[in-house]
Ligand binder design. Structure first.
Ligand code: 5AD
Length: 428
């Protein structure tokens, strides 16, 4: 977004470009023609998305040069404290493994998940924040999301836009999506856009291909979140210029999956997710936290399955029980359980980019800050036009429904500055 620093290309190794941000190096995929050493560029999600005019880049870099080092210092200070002495027994042993950079076992993750006492949890969050800092420095990424249709052929028990629920439906036209994206780029400086919708077959392969091609001209990372489609469609959309895809597996427990997603199986879903990765998409995947009948072991299995799928980005959030859905009476998940999941995912997978999801923000206003201090390093800002936003009601009381995009950006920038995070790309 506007909060993004241009980088200088310092090395090119086949399809990888090495970028420099004030002395910090990041590797990114080079899939643009005519990029040379010493060019200035923007990268998002580990992909080089646009060349920037040198004058423009130098002007932006000039405004960043002092702040960049100040932010780094703030981040380092915030990531320093951890009172390991507050842990005991098994948890202390796991902490020592984390410090020694050893691989954690399923039993280790279960031990961390069993922590309940606030003092112990705060040690876990601090340690996860340190791991994030050690691996990613203070890099943070912020993508914009446009929810372009709430029509859905699916009937998932947890979801507020399921077919069976009687709600007002909307679908943005291609022209509206393009206009919203252009505004996001020109007015707010976004460099990556997630296109999300229900499984709306009105947007068939041809329409999506046309849309992606048009968006591709704008020099951004195009991130698809459009649900189950044939592999051939995803291939076509990749060829048209889409480079990232978000698809959660929702739960690693096949029995729970079957109960909640009629006529679909976990196996099919996982096969598709693996195919997305094979096609070359930057992959975001994850699960819902707190589905009915889930046991602690399911949560740990969810983290391990995410790890196995090797996505570039982890996306998981709490189930928010929603009116007129079969799960309306499911128990609500605590913020602590979500923060704990973020922290465990971070220490289990130090390299991961972990997203703070809006569902977590919906649970508590403070949650975004807490999540960024418990191992998370990525965010999304909702760019859906305000007349449609309340209609994209995948769950009740969604955070940011009433906030303008400008206000949301302002708040996010302030938060990132308070926490010392810099908008350089997180790299590969
Ligand atoms: N609460 C939280 N997240 C939900 N999703 C769908 N319904 C809900 C809900 N009630 C999530 C699913 C889906 C993503 C787009 O939204 O995990 O993959």
């Amino acid at each position: 977004m506007c909060y993004a620093i241009p980088a200088k290309v310092v090395e090119i190794k086949k399809n990888i470009a090495v970028l420099d941000y004030f002395g910090e190096r990041r590797n990114v995929v080079l899939d643009l023609p005519d990029i040379h050493i010493d060019d200035y560029v923007f990268a998002q999600g580990g992909i080089l998305v646009r060349k920037v005019d040198e004058k423009e880049a130098l002007a932006v870099l000039d405004t960043w040069k002092d702040l960049f080092f100040e932010l780094k210092e703030i981040d380092q200070q915030l990531a320093q404290s951890s009172h390991a002495e507050k842990l005991s027994g098994n948890a202390l042993a796991v902490l020592q493994k984390i410090n020694l950079k050893q691989t954690l076992t399923k039993e280790d993750l279960l031990i961390l998940n069993a922590l309940q006492n606030p003092q112990e949890l705060s040690v876990l969050y601090d340690v996860a924040n340190q791991v994030r800092q050690r691996v990613h420095g203070n890099a943070s990424c912020v993508h914009g999301i446009i929810e372009f249709s709430n029509y859905c052929r699916g009937d998932c028990f947890y979801c507020g836009i399921r077919r069976e629920r009687s709600i007002e439906r909307y679908r943005m036209t291609e022209a509206e999506i393009l206009a919203t994206t252009k505004q996001a780029i020109d007015e707010y400086g976004f460099k990556a856009i997630v296109l999300q919708s229900g499984e709306d077959l009105y947007y068939d392969e041809d329409k999506l291909e046309h849309l992606v091609k048009a968006l591709r001209q704008l020099g951004i990372l195009i991130f698809l979140s459009i649900g189950v489609r044939p592999v051939a469609t995803y291939k076509k959309l990749y060829a048209a210029g889409a480079r990232a895809a978000l698809m959660r597996f929702e739960t690693s427990n096949p029995v729970i999956f079957n109960e909640l997603r009629p006529n679909t199986t976990l196996d099919e879903r996982l096969t598709l997710i693996r195919e997305l990765k094979k096609i070359g998409y930057v992959l975001a995947t994850g699960f819902l936290i707190g589905l009915p009948h889930e046991q602690p072991e399911d949560l740990v299995n969810n983290i391990l399955l995410t790890q196995e799928l090797a996505p570039e980005m982890y996306s998981f959030g709490p189930l928010i029980p929603t009116q007129d859905t079969p799960l309306v009476h499911a128990p609500t998940i605590s913020v602590e359980q979500v923060l704990k999941t973020i922290a465990i995912a971070r220490v289990a997978s130090p390299d991961a980019n972990i997203l703070v999801t809006t569902a977590l923000e919906t649970l508590s206003l403070e949650a975004k800050r807490q999540a960024l201090l418990a191992g998370a390093n990525s965010m999304m800002i909702n760019l859906t036009p305000r007349q449609y936003r309340p209609l994209y009601s995948i769950y009740d009381h969604r955070a940011c429904n009433d906030q303008t995009v400008a206000a949301n950006i302002q708040e996010t920038i302030q938060l990132l500055r308070d926490l010392g995070r810099a908008p350089m790309d997180v790299g590969l």
